[in-house]
Design a protein around this ligand. Structure first.
Ligand code: ARG
Length: 407
């Protein structure tokens, strides 16, 4: 007597638990549109090399657009045997245009290339959206930095109040990290936005299909280099997850008053989740045999979830920065004269005094009247006028430089 739970695999039937365990339709259906557009482009390319006739292509295209409409309207009925979005769409296409013609869609194509095509298309479009969200967020930051440039506050080092800085300089210290995140994201985009179609299961396409034409139709900026690599490669997802780990780390340190509103604590908490997703997928792909292995299906959920998380986090962070009220008088009150110690030292250097220990310990009679100026917070920050510093002109220049990559 076979224990069905474990024996099912070996006696021919599929155990219901295995069926559920194996299926990805529950989440990959989110990419129905990409899957259909990829199929249309592939069918068109097949018609160009004579694998299917022009009429067959028209039927396939028409049928696929109908399937797309069903998903859009919410009337697509997922069947128990629909393992993933690729098999579901093809099954439904067969019902609409007949199995014979529908089956030709898949000539020369493998689910191995199809799945990465869907993922790459979807992810590059999401990266575009995240790019605009990040740009909007950076604008909120620079707007505040500029509008409230007069506010002074203590800058910390080793958790100690150390030197007066402009509030705008503090904002720009975070904007500087987000600027690099934006640049990195744009680099990740370049590697995500490559078409895998025409790579087959692993060895390539025998019908001389035009990979570049497919890529152009789908808005890819190029094609992947090698068919074997293409079928087993999920680096493009890991790169995004790595980007997200670093990005959420930056967003989690954006806690201006450490009073920790729920929104800010959640933003901080998400960084653990982002890093976990990156590390998790990294472990899943570690030591895999070459080309496609089902382990790679594990890339879906972290990809989908991380995109949602980063997009929501950006929305929240944007709202927090845009709407929070700051208290310049409290910032100013947090400053005290001990934070000007380095200004006195710098005044001495500027004026060419070399002090002995004894001299430093006594009150020095050579202090001139303008030493008083060094005691002023405003002139302290204005003195830091070299590029990147906290003087008004230096902060405004940072804002200008950042705008150059936003526009
Ligand atoms: N659902 C699968 C995935 O996400 C699609 C690829 C399946 N290919 C295969 N040879 N079983 O990875």
């Amino acid at each position: 007597a076979t224990n069905m739970l474990w024996g099912g695999r070996f006696t021919g039937g599929i155990d219901p638990l295995m069926h559920k365990y194996n299926a990805s339709i529950g989440y990959d259906k989110a990419l129905y549109k990409e899957d259909i557009l990829g199929s249309i482009a592939f069918a068109r390319a097949n018609s160009k090399v004579g694998i299917i006739t022009e009429d067959e292509f028209k039927m396939i295209e028409h049928g696929l657009l109908e399937v797309m409409e069903e998903w859009k309207q919410g009337t697509f009925a997922v069947m128990p045997n629909d393992e993933d979005i690729h098999t579901a769409n093809e099954r439904r296409l067969g019902e609409i245009i007949g199995k014979d013609t529908a089956g030709k869609l898949h000539t020369g194509r493998s689910r191995n290339e199809q799945v990465v095509c869907d993922m790459r298309m979807w992810l590059r479009d999401r990266i575009r959206e995240i790019d605009s969200q990040l740009v909007a967020f950076l604008r909120v930051l620079t707007k505040r930095a500029e509008a409230e440039i007069d506010y002074l506050m203590p800058g910390y080092t080793h958790l100690q109040r150390a030197q007066p800085v402009r509030w705008g300089q503090w904002i720009m210290s975070h904007a500087a990290s987000f600027k690099q995140d934006l640049e990195r994201l744009r680099q990740v985009f370049e590697r995500v936005n490559l078409s895998p179609l025409g790579c087959g299961a692993l060895a390539g396409n025998v019908f001389g299909i035009d990979r570049d034409a497919i890529a152009a139709e789908l808005g890819f900026s190029g094609i992947t280099l090698n068919s074997m690599n293409t079928s087993g490669d999920r680096d493009f997802i890991i790169e995004f997850l790595t980007w997200n780990s670093m990005f959420t780390n930056h967003i989690s340190s954006l806690m201006p008053n450490k009073k920790n509103a729920d929104s800010l604590e959640l933003l901080r908490g998400k960084s653990g989740r982002a890093f976990g997703q990156m590390a998790g997928l990294m472990m899943s792909v570690k030591g895999l045999p070459t080309c496609y292995n089902k382990d790679l299906q594990e890339g879906w959920e972290p990809m989908l979830d991380s995109v949602q998380t980063v997009s929501d986090s950006l929305g929240i962070a944007n709202g927090v920065i845009a709407t929070m009220t700051v208290r310049p008088e409290r910032m100013l009150a947090a400053l005290d004269k001990t934070m000007l110690a380095t200004d006195i030292a710098e005044w001495l250097v500027r004026n060419g005094y070399k002090l002995t220990l004894e001299q430093l310990q006594a009150i020095d009679s050579r202090f001139k009247a303008d030493i008083a100026e060094a005691f002023e917070y405003e002139s302290s920050v204005e003195a830091k006028s070299a590029r990147g510093g906290t003087s008004r002109s230096a902060v405004l220049q940072q804002i200008q430089e950042l705008h150059a990559i936003l526009d």
